[in-house]
Design a protein around this ligand. Sequence first.
Ligand SMILES: N[C@@H](CCC(=O)N[C@@H](CS)C(=O)NCC(=O)O)C(=O)O
Length: 230
Amino acid sequence: MTLTVCGLLGSPFVRKICTQLNEKHVPYEIESLSPFQADDSFTKINPVRRIPLLKDSDEGDDFILPDSSAIFHYIERKHPEPSLLPDSNADYGRALWLEEYADSEMASKIGMGVFRSIIFPQLAGDAPDMDKAMHFIREKLPPIHEYLEGQIAGKTWFSGDAFGLADISIAVQYGNLAFTGYAPSADRWPNLRAFMARVGERESFASIHMKAARFFADMKKIEIDPKEGL
Ligand SMILES: N[C@@H](CCC(=O)N[C@@H](CS)C(=O)NCC(=O)O)C(=O)O
């Protein structure tokens, strides 16, 4: 049995799957695949041309699954222990909602707004677009931090008693913010920052996050005056 996660480690969706597999101690391989450079065969596998993809040798060469949500639930079914889905119906529902919130709202504001503005120009040898990134940090991200601060207040994990789907989906998005040098203010959103510190202590998350961080280590980062309370 060989599982292969295809994509780039800079993608939060790829690291979501790596973190899940690490939690379960399921061995896997990583195959580098850039959605921006892949040939036409990629469109046949995933018509929206996004990473990650998952290959599973048990299912034959034709089985290549797109989308981190489809992949996550496929892996939960194939390797149920330890479960990363909550037991109670309410917590299960909440975990699905928070996954969706992270994958859509957070990814669009963090990924498209901040990460791409800082990292993509530098990959091409250009200066980062600090103005665009700061616009998103000032105007678009505070409501996200505020909502999540309320959701995690008084709790260890976002949904249920154990680390799982919601926590991973949210943490990998904040991971991409960390690559740009920005983290939400600990004074303004203390519970959120404490959550990120807890996740950062987990080997499953930290090992793959640190591996990805090495790609961005030498790049210019965002610097914010703490007085701004961002
Ligand atoms: N809903 C998808 C989103 C995946 C996604 O947006 N991946 C990004 C990389 S972080 C991508 O492949 N982008 C390619 C593009 O925008 O052309 C999932 O959960 O896998």
